[in-house]
Design a protein around this ligand. Structure first.
Ligand code: DC
Length: 231
């Protein structure tokens, strides 16, 4: 069966990674969480005095890019590949609200995007890949055979994210989560370089009212049709 490239873009916490992972597992494709790469660079910046609440040293970030090594590795006991920052597994650490607070400014730096996009394109060379992010259908794989653009209301997304963070044991306030989602939406959609944008040929899915199963079956049907060349 022919292999295709599947790009899933959309707003924060729309469940892109859940459906992308389900789809990759079902089709036997590689799943790449491109947001994890921006989060890992953000963690590096936080650990190296590049970004904090009151300062952001973009020059130091750009100069440090060559010393940031990102890799995805998978072990049988893990449900998905983990991201490694300079050989250290940071999969858990990068999901904190602190990292979420700084990730959008980091992701708006052109040099960061150039480095990560090149690595993402490399990972998709053989097709058979499902990648989720913000610019996958527009910049990383503009020729992807299937492009999905996901959205849900900000309140619904904040509710989902809040639940996730509580389950991780973070002590947080729902309003802070909602504020973070709204701020990230704003920065992600208005940044100069590769703003979050629906590709013209992407299929829009609003999952505010959908459960995970409905969402998966909708996307899977689209993928099967594309693989078979029906649409
Ligand atoms: O998908 P996520 O919430 O883990 O992504 C974290 C941030 O990374 C998001 O606020 C914007 C940025 N990002 C990006 O700019 N481009 C991508 N392809 C993926 C994520």
């Amino acid at each position: 069966m022919r292999k295709i490239t599947i790009a899933i873009d959309g707003y924060s916490s729309t469940g892109k990674s859940t459906v992308a992972k389900q789809l990759a597992d079902y089709l036997g494709y590689v799943y790449v969480d491109s947001g994890a790469m921006y989060r890992a660079v953000t963690l590096f910046a936080m650990q190296n005095d590049i970004i904090s609440k009151n300062h952001f040293n973009t020059k130091k970030l750009i100069e440090s890019l060559d010393s940031i090594n990102l890799k995805f590795k998978k072990e049988a006991v893990w449900n998905k590949a983990h991201i490694f920052l300079n050989e250290k597994d940071v999969e858990h650490e990068i999901r904190s609200l602190k990292v979420s607070e700084f990730v959008s400014p980091i992701a708006s730096i052109r040099e960061v995007r150039v480095k990560l996009v090149a690595q993402q394109q490399q990972m998709g060379l053989e097709k058979g890949v499902v990648m989720d992010g913000r610019d996958i259908g527009t910049v990383v794989f503009p020729k992807a055979e299937l492009k999905i653009f996901m959205n849900a209301s900000a309140k619904e997304r904040a509710q989902r994210r809040y639940k996730e963070l509580l389950e991780r044991g973070e002590k947080i306030d729902y309003n802070d989560v909602l504020k973070n989602i709204q701020e990230r939406d704003h920065i992600d959609t208005t940044r100069k370089d590769s703003p979050l944008l629906k590709a013209e040929d992407a299929i829009k899915i609003d999952n505010s009212e959908m459960n995970l199963e409905d969402q998966f079956h909708t996307v899977l049907q689209l993928a099967k049709d594309r693989i078979a060349g029906r649409i």
